[in-house]
Design a protein around this ligand. Structure first.
Ligand SMILES: [Zn+2]
Length: 309
């Protein structure tokens, strides 16, 4: 925290939970192997003397660090996403991903976020991976059942009927986007009711059109509905011109409705000079702030010293 303060950073986003585990004593999610110390309490105590905000970062749906028996139970209960051959999808971290079409899974996400927002005096909570993980439809039984029930489309062949060129492709796109948008709204309402001062933010796909088409993530709607207090599009590119163009597109989507803190992919940049250049582009491009991904030993050694200047 003293190093962050010296580098003139005023906030940190710390991953305290995933869709399958909490790194703190939780009533909602099982504790992971990181448990044992009250990490959020220690983090907040360390940050306070330096006036650094702490935002709790939550990785939605991904069962990272979930105990094996919990992963197996979710698979047994048909609550995880399947690919076309009926196998469990493991797109990130090598772990199963809970399917957003399940009411129980979405409720767990809402309960986990509400717990984070109330158990500790964080400044905010950040939603990450709040989307479908892949373009290809989830082939779990619940998706087929719920799609037919919710849309009244008489599906004969799944996923052929709902993929590009299929009879119900448009309805499917809309359906899966609605599920995620409703979840963002549910989490926002629950967190605000539990703790009105809590800032809710999202780490979102850089291009909202691609996010909607490929991952059912319409973050513009979350901005328009004010589900978020600020938004962090992940502008993780190395080319300065692409960075600036994307930022301009993002500003056009947000239209100053809420602050836009642009995500900079520090891990992809070759030097501290490149990092300073992107920060400068973020400022000149009209971003309200910027967030760096991510803090690790390499960042600390190679990038952090440049921010002290
Ligand atoms: Zn599914």
């Amino acid at each position: 925290m003293s190093e962050l303060h010296a580098a003139k950073l005023n906030a940190i986003f710390v991953k305290f939970s995933t869709g399958g585990a909490a790194y703190y004593p939780s009533q909602v999610l099982p504790g992971s192997y990181h448990a044992g110390r009250d990490e959020p309490a220690l983090c907040l105590a360390a940050a306070r003397p330096y006036g650094i905000q702490v935002h709790a970062w939550h990785v939605c749906f991904q069962m990272k660090d979930a105990p094996v028996d919990r992963q197996e139970r979710a698979i047994r209960e048909g609550r995880v996403q399947l690919n076309r051959s009926g196998r469990v999808r493991r797109p990130s971290y090598g772990v199963p991903v809970l399917c957003p079409s399940h009411d129980w899974n979405r409720q767990q996400e809402t309960r986990a976020m509400t717990e984070l927002a109330t158990r500790y005096a964080f400044d905010g909570v950040q939603l990450d991976y709040i989307r479908w993980p892949e373009t290809d439809p989830c082939c779990c039984a619940n998706c087929k059942k719920r799609f037919a029930r919710d849309t009244r489309c008489a599906v004969r062949s799944w996923p052929a009927d709902v993929i590009k060129g299929g009879r119900f492709a448009a309805q499917y796109q809309h359906w899966r986007e609605q599920i995620i948008t409703r979840l963002a709204g549910d989490i926002s309402a629950a967190v605000r009711q539990a703790r009105p001062s809590m800032k809710i933010s999202g780490a979102v796909w850089s291009d909202v059109a691609v996010g909607r088409r490929d991952y059912g993530q319409n973050w513009k709607a979350w901005v328009d509905h004010r589900y978020l207090d600020f938004v962090c599009p992940m502008n993780y590119v190395t080319d300065p011109a692409t960075f600036s163009k994307r930022l301009a597109d993002q500003r056009a989507q947000v239209r100053n409705r809420i602050p836009l803190y642009v995500g900079i992919g520090a891990y992809r940049l070759g030097s501290g000079q490149e990092l300073l250049q992107q920060i400068s582009l973020a400022r000149r491009g009209g971003a309200d702030g910027w967030v760096l991904f991510n803090y690790d030993d390499q960042f600390r050694a190679r990038m952090l010293p440049w921010l002290r200047q």
